[in-house]
Design a protein around this ligand. Structure first.
Ligand code: 5AD
Ligand code: SF4
Length: 463
């Protein structure tokens, strides 16, 4: 996997644009709408970092924002519809606030989306893609300082490069997401990601380790390593994801290391070994199944069978007995029969997942599955989805019940969103725990006794 890095000069140029915009010195605000996955969230942190260096402050809503950025997701159709709905709502506010509207993220890499913006969404001022986020300062400079009248569309068809040295605004002091690789070479037949994020490319380990050491110095305790396919991480001959994990494991101050998403076909024994020997790497392993049917897995181009998936889980459990699994499942892929769906339910029962992220198959333009025969009628898809959900809800309840009466190590994240009197945190297995306590516990790891379980969270008391 190649590591192409944006030249330092190019980044320097962007930092100069940042300074020029900052020099305008007005009181301005930004609002970023982030849709989709953790990688988009991390990209939004870079956009926010650049904007704040330009002198922008975060706005509470669209209403008082001078710059709005839509960081979009194209993984399923409903995510796309949501964005166009929101854009439509901005017409009146835009005129009042002299607002600049930017359209970014995965959707901007899709030609049909660009056509739609050109035709029906005059209010969009700047479109940029997933490969050139670091150019945001220059694009804004052209609009704000050079007053370029025409809409700017800067979307690159080529595969992106890794960039370093752009300011990042972290949402949390105690936890940080760190992108280790970007892009995907797998071309699962249903998935748009390889088309909108380009080919796999890895960041240099030295840059990742330096960034995590700096985060640790700043009080960060938990790191989430991100990539579309983290276990394909391969910046150079002889250095892989297992090497990176064991190097990060040595960084003082970091207590918890998580990663997402790995691909089952690339989950090798060296990674299992590193996890088993570490007391920092999370035991919750996301192992996206997608389907339990070997026939459907083949049509999905997943590169493993039902049996191979189950035997990988068994190997992981043998070496890491306290491993817990979470997964992604797509229901209603073209050609999925009742028997195929039963295979999915069978794997779910055998795996006893901690959490299942369930999706109804959504046709994506330009993917191989779009052209496959035997698309499943919507009502059958929903009926299967509901059956899977019933099974998973029952299993979640049983798994949550196991916590009641136990003492858990909880990293305190902050006040609960729904009740400011209550603190919230997570167990090492990622369960949300709410409890009463003083605010100075935020950012610390404490022991909490679980007293009851609710649908989505556990209630606890400090011990
Ligand atoms: N339809 C439904 N779900 C999808 N996913 C990816 N592409 C599609 C699609 N076309 C799901 C997969 C993936 C998760 C991030 O989104 O389960 O793991
Ligand atoms: Fe999409 Fe498959 Fe790549 Fe995941 S591994 S991003 S599902 S193509």
């Amino acid at each position: 996997m190649a590591v192409a890095t944006v030249p330092e000069d190019e980044i320097k140029k962007q930092l100069e644009y940042i300074d020029k915009i900052k020099a305008l010195g007005q009181n301005r605000k930004y609002f970023i709408v982030t849709l989709g996955c953790k990688l988009n969230e991390a990209d939004s942190e870079s956009m926010a970092g650049m904007l704040e260096k330009m002198g922008y402050a975060p706005a509470d809503s669209f209403n008082d924002a001078n710059i709005v950025i839509f960081n979009t997701c194209s993984i399923r159709e409903n995510a796309e519809e949501k964005v166009f709905g929101k854009l439509g709502e901005l017409k009146n506010i835009k005129a009042q606030n002299n607002m600049i509207i930017c359209f970014a993220g995965c959707m901007s890499q899709e030609p049909h989306v660009i056509d739609k913006i050109k035709k029906s969404y005059q209010l969009v001022d700047i479109v940029f893609g997933t490969h050139n986020i670091y150019k945001l300062p220059e694009l804004l400079y052209r609009k704000i300082v050079q007053n370029e009248e025409k809409r700017i569309i800067d979307v690159w068809d080529i595969d992106g490069e890794i960039y370093e040295g752009i300011p990042v605004k972290r949402e949390s002091k105690t936890q940080a997401s760190v992108i280790i690789m970007n892009g995907c070479n797998n071309f699962c037949s249903y998935c748009i990601v390889p088309y909108v994020r380009g080919r796999e490319r890895s960041r240099a380990p030295e840059d990742i380790i330096h960034e995590i050491k700096e985060l640790a110095k700043d009080g960060c305790k938990e790191i989430l390593l991100l990539g579309q396919n983290v276990n394909s991480y391969n910046p150079r001959e002889g250095y892989n994801f297992a090497n990176l994990l064991s190097d990060i494991d040595k960084i003082e101050g970091i207590n918890t290391i998580k990663f997402t998403s790995p691909h089952p076909k690339d989950f090798k024994d060296d990674v299992i070994d590193v996890i088993s020997k570490s007391n920092k790497i999370s035991r919750v392993i996301h192992l996206p199944l997608q389907s339990g049917s070997t026939k459907i897995l083949k049509d999905m181009n997943r590169g493993y069978s039902k049996e191979e998936y189950l035997s990988l889980a068994k190997r992981i459990k043998e070496k890491i007995p306290d491993a817990l699994f979470t997964t992604d499942i797509i229901v209603g892929f073209p050609g999925e029969t009742e028997e195929d769906f039963e295979d999915t339910l069978d794997v779910v029962r055998q795996m006893d997942y901690e959490q299942v992220f369930m999706f109804i198959y959504s046709v994506r333009k330009g993917t191989r599955a779009e052209k496959m025969p035997n698309h499943i009628p919507e009502e059958i898809k929903s009926e299967r989805f509901n059956r899977l959900k019933t099974l998973c809800d029952g299993m979640t309840e049983i798994s949550m019940n196991k916590y009641v009466g136990t003492i858990q190590k909880v990293l305190v994240e902050g006040e609960s969103k729904t009740n400011k009197e209550v603190l919230t945190g997570r167990t090492p297995s990622n369960k949300i725990v709410n409890f009463e306590g003083p605010k100075d516990l935020i950012g610390k790891e404490i022991e909490v006794k679980i007293v009851s379980q609710h649908v989505w969270f556990l209630k606890g008391e400090i011990v």
